[in-house]
Ligand binder design. Structure first.
Ligand SMILES: [Zn+2]
Ligand SMILES: [Zn+2]
Ligand SMILES: [Zn+2]
Length: 375
C-alpha cells in the first residue's frame, strides 16, 4: 500500500537495522522459521534458545492422555514365568527354586526415561599428501579454496555416525618427495646397497669352524643374497611409491556424531541404573526436528528439568565446534516390579524390568559357581 511521503518520512528509520554487520536484522529472520534459533539473547550465534525463553510457543501437549498409556500389570504368574525363563537361560541356575518359591508381594513402579540424541557434524582440515601420479593439479591458480563450511557434501542418513575425508578444491601443490629426495628409490638399509650380506652360517669365513668343507649355506662365497631388498641393493620409496613426487593438499575431515543424554526418573527400588538405561520401554512421546525444545510442562518435574539440562548440555558441548543437524527426544515408560519372595525360611527379592520382562536377581538361592556372570 502506497502512502504520501511527508517530510518526516524522508528520514530513514534505522531502528530496525542490525547492530553488527554480521547479524542480519531480526525482522528478516522472523520470516524464516528454520532460522529462528540463530539470533537470540545477546545477538550471539547459538544453536538453542536460552532455557528461560522457549523461542516458540509450546505446543499444548495433553500429558494426561500420554500417561493413560498403561503398561500391563505384572501378576504373580507373569513374575514366576519371567524368573523361570531367566533361570533357564543361565547354565548355573537351578529352576527348582524358581518354581517353589512363595511370592509374598509385588511392587510395581513405572519409571520415565528421557533420552536426547543430537546428531552433529564437525569439520577439520589438515595437510596431507599422496604419491603424485601425473594427474592434473588443482592448485590455487584455479581459484581460491572455499571456506570449510561452504563445501557441500552428501550428509549420511540422520543419526548414523560416519567419518569421511575430502580433498579441498584448489589446495593442491606438487613437491619432490622428502623421503627419497626425488629419487624414487633409496639404498637398502639391510645390505647398505650391496645386495648381499655376510653369511650368518659361517660368519663370512666361507667354511664352518673346524671343518675343511666349504659352507653349504653360501656355497663357500661367505655372502648371501640380502632378503630385505631381494638382492637389488635398493628399495622403492614407500612414501612416494617410486613416483619421486608428492601431491600435497588440504584434506577436509568431516565427522558425523551422535551425542546421547539419558535420564531415568527416581525410584526407591534396588535395581541397578545401568539395567534401566538399557531396558525396553513403551514410547510415550517422540519429537524429532533440526532443533528440539525442552519439555516444560510434563507432570514429573524431574523429567522437565532433565530435558532442559540435556538440551543445554548438548548446546554447550557442541556449539563451538560442531553444527547440529538433527535432534530427537523421546520419553518412555519403563515398568519395574520388585518381587518379594520366601524360600526355605528366607525372604529376598528379585526385579522384573522393561516391557519384555527382563529379570535382575542379586542373590538367587539355587546357584552353583562355575563362574558365569549374573547379568
Ligand atoms: Zn638389501
Ligand atoms: Zn657361509
Ligand atoms: Zn620418495
Amino acid at each position: 500500500m502506497d502512502r504520501d511521503l511527508s517530510d518526516d518520512d524522508s528520514v530513514v528509520d534505522l531502528s530496525f537495522e542490525a547492530e553488527s554487520p554480521l547479524a542480519p536484522p531480526a525482522e528478516l529472520l522472523e520470516t524464516l522459521p528454520s532460522c529462528d534459533w540463530v539470533l537470540q539473547g545477546d545477538r550471539h550465534q547459538i544453536f538453542f534458545p536460552p532455557s528461560e525463553t522457549t523461542g516458540r510457543p509450546q505446543e499444548q501437549r495433553c500429558w494426561s492422555s500420554f500417561l493413560e498409556h498403561r503398561v500391563p500389570v505384572v501378576t504373580e504368574e507373569v513374575a514366576r514365568e519371567a524368573l523361570l525363563s531367566f533361570v533357564n537361560s543361565k547354565c548355573c541356575y537351578g529352576s527348582a527354586a524358581a518354581g517353589d518359591l512363595v511370592i509374598l508381594e509385588l511392587k510395581q513402579q513405572n519409571l520415565c526415561r528421557y533420552r536426547l540424541e543430537t546428531f552433529s557434524e564437525s569439520r577439520i582440515s589438515e595437510w596431507t599428501f599422496q604419491p603424485f601420479t601425473n594427474h592434473s593439479v588443482d592448485g590455487p591458480q584455479r581459484g581460491t579454496s572455499p571456506r570449510l563450511w561452504d563445501i557441500k557434501v552428501q550428509v549420511p542418513p540422520m543419526f548414523q555416525e560416519d567419518t569421511r575425508r575430502f580433498q579441498v578444491p584448489h589446495s593442491s601443490l606438487v613437491k619432490e618427495c622428502h623421503k627419497c629426495h626425488g629419487r624414487g628409490r633409496y639404498k637398502c638399509s639391510g645390505c647398505h646397497g650391496a645386495g648381499t650380506v655376510r653369511c650368518s652360517s659361517c660368519s663370512g669365513a666361507k667354511r664352518k669352524a673346524k671343518s675343511a668343507r666349504r659352507c653349504q649355506m653360501c656355497s663357500g662365497s661367505g655372502r648371501r643374497r640380502c632378503s630385505t631388498c631381494s638382492g637389488r641393493g635398493n628399495k622403492t620409496c614407500a612414501t612416494c611409491k617410486g613416483e619421486k613426487k608428492l601431491l600435497h593438499f588440504i584434506q577436509l575431515v568431516i565427522a558425523w556424531k551422535n551425542s546421547l543424554f539419558e535420564f531415568v526418573s527416581a525410584h526407591q527400588l534396588d535395581c541397578p541404573g545401568e539395567l534401566l538405561a538399557k531396558a525396553r520401554g513403551e514410547t510415550l512421546f517422540k519429537d524429532e526436528n533440526t532443533t528440539v525444545y525442552p519439555i516444560v510442562d510434563f507432570p514429573l518435574r524431574e523429567i522437565s528439568l532433565a530435558s532442559r539440562r540435556g538440551i543445554s548440555e548438548h548446546s554447550a558441548a557442541l556449539a563451538s565446534r560442531a553444527r547440529v543437524l538433527q535432534q530427537r527426544q523421546t520419553l518412555e515408560l519403563i515398568p519395574l516390579t520388585e518381587v518379594r519372595y520366601w524360600y526355605q525360611g528366607k525372604t529376598d527379592a528379585y526385579y522384573i524390568y522393561g516391557t519384555d520382562h527382563q529379570v535382575y536377581v542379586a542373590d538367587y538361592p539355587e546357584r552353583c559357581c562355575c563362574g558365569c556372570t549374573i547379568i
